[in-house]
Design a protein around this ligand. Sequence first.
Ligand SMILES: Nc1ncnc2c1ncn2[C@@H]1O[C@H](COP(=O)(O)OP(=O)(O)OP(=O)(O)O)[C@@H](O)[C@H]1O
Length: 321
Amino acid sequence: MGETSISVVARFRPARPGASVDGDVRFGDDGLSVETAASSHTFDGVLPPHASQEETYAQVSPIVEAVLQGYNGTVLAYGQTGSGKTHSVTGTARDPGILQRAVRHIFEWIRSDAGAATHRLTCSYLEIYKENVRDLLEPSDASLSVRESGKRGVFVDGLSQAQVLRCLETGGSSRRVGATQMNAQSSRSHALLTLTLERKGADGSVRVSRLNVADLAGSEKVSRTGAAGEPSRGEGRGAAGRELAPLVRNHSELAGEKAHVPYRNSKLTRILQESLGGNSKTLLLVACSPEESDASETHSTLLFASRAKTIQTVAVVNTIL
Ligand SMILES: Nc1ncnc2c1ncn2[C@@H]1O[C@H](COP(=O)(O)OP(=O)(O)OP(=O)(O)O)[C@@H](O)[C@H]1O
């Protein structure tokens, strides 16, 4: 597999009851385009407000398929606070999101993969809040070092499907509790689930691939989130826009001179360096609000998404032996 652009899919959530809908937002019949008063965009997929979780997963499923074939895969959910990132990634018990569907998909494949001798799945779930990395599966106040988490992290070994699903629950609720304790909103932190799949073939060959799914912090300008109670000093680096925007700008301006891409500016971009320009098949899911009062943030999100299409990655099958 050669160098490919990351895939970009935009998902619009339904308007809240009583909210006034932005009448200028129009969806193309092709399922690939969207137009606003300010701009028009074509992506790898555009999901209008009525799109289901299943339809959303259908866009993500090729990334999981690639992981099953031995490539690294990443799904990043980006968008302003309240735009539907967590709904898409986690969903609800009755209508699960990408994480649960991906776990089901992986285990179905494992059960059908007759050519393998063994499979081993490990899981890590991290939260990045104000440049501190916290392990959501074994919560403690200690911040993990990025080198540690980037390389191995804190893994629970050899998991069953039920155990992985329990990790998702534990991590998800730990994120919420932690956020309340810190008197901050989940919208200021990034959550990153990594599933590592090790497949040993009957011939002794070993493939190790990773699936990263990140529910990123709100991308809106900090002054807007600051109004919700946090001082808008530089410290509050929850805004995904501020961490990823320079990187995306560099990618689009430098057209491939990756040495200059500022991955080291934040823990998020350091941890996701491979996903944002290295060995990974990556999909950016941008969550958008269809409401009139959010038109300006929706416009910024769509512009970011268009720029992000210039990011190139080179995915290779990770065979060890
Ligand atoms: N596609 C959808 N269908 C139905 N409800 C949705 C959809 N998307 C989002 N919602 C609802 O909208 C609200 C905000 O969504 P969500 O919490 O996912 O936003 P978010 O982008 O993760 O925000 P934050 O950055 O604060 O975490 C929630 O009540 C969620 O259930």
